[in-house]
Design a protein around this ligand. Structure first.
Ligand code: PGA
Length: 254
């Protein structure tokens, strides 16, 4: 069975004080009712990884993740943060291939594959994002587009490495827009992704792969989305910046 996961993507928001305050409030609310079957991953900006991770230590099923890592192993790459560095802080998750990285920083599938390889080599699970821009959905090419993103990246891993990967389907047009994909659109894509994983790695790997949905998930739509076939949780952006709202989303999954 695939693990249920709710991941927060804080993006480039908050300073250290407000990040700690948000974490404090989140943990306080979570401690009233913490279902250990659902993994909670807070993907925070690099400077706060250690302090937020320290705060979460001791709370069951809560982990801290990074939002990116370098496609290079080490060396003269000013400003980059390597998978080795994340590992040395005890970080176990990293978002890779978010559409903002692909679009605004021109990250290619080739670079993303390198990032994935370097992460899994360090036993860090990539939360690998895929998703189609609106133009491909309008042309009815969305399935092909997303499956191709996976074929050029995570599906190139060997079976053992792939088992560390978490997939997050995030239609680009639904991110931060308030427009969620319909339940049918989400199900169609998640089913297609799982089928492709099955074709490549077999049914036991495909059944165990967590496939998250992301894109304008909020407290009002979370419950319905998490009930959809082949959806194992969510990657939450804007709504993860309010402790109560994020907790309500976490509690929407069963
Ligand atoms: P959103 O962002 O929930 O604000 O749409 C999701 C994401 O970018 O991961």
């Amino acid at each position: 069975m695939a693990q249920n996961i709710i991941a927060a993507n804080w993006k480039m928001n908050n300073d250290e004080y407000s990040s700690k305050k948000l974490t404090y409030e989140f943990l306080k609310l979570l401690n009233r009712k913490n279902d250990p079957k659902t993994l909670k991953v807070l993907c925070v900006p690099h400077p706060f990884l250690l302090s937020i991770d320290n705060m979460c230590t001791g709370t069951e099923s809560v982990f801290v993740g990074a939002q990116n890592c370098s496609s290079f192993k080490q060396g003269a790459f000013t400003g980059e943060v390597s998978a080795v560095m994340l590992k040395s802080l005890g970080i176990k998750y990293v978002i890779i291939g978010h559409s903002e990285r692909r679009e605004l920083f021109s990250e290619t599938n080739e670079e993303l594959l390198n990032k994935v390889l370097l992460s899994v080599e360090r036993n860090i699970s990539p939360i690998f994002c895929c998703g189609e821009p609106l133009i491909f959905r309008n042309k009815n090419n969305h399935l092909e587009y997303v499956i191709n993103q996976l074929k050029e990246t995570v599906l190139k891993l060997n079976k053992e490495s792939f088992q560390k990967v978490i997939i997050a389907y995030e239609p680009v047009w639904a991110i931060g827009s308030g427009k969620t994909a319909s339940n049918e659109e989400i199900e169609e894509m998640h089913v297609a992704i799982r089928k492709t994983i099955k074709q490549k790695f077999g049914s036991s790997v495909s059944k165990n792969t967590s496939i998250l949905y992301g894109g304008s998930v909020n407290v009002f739509n979370a419950k319905e989305i998490f009930k959809i076939n082949d959806v194992n949780g969510g990657l939450i952006g804007g709504a993860s910046l309010q402790a109560q709202e994020f907790i309500d989303i976490v509690n929407s999954i069963s």
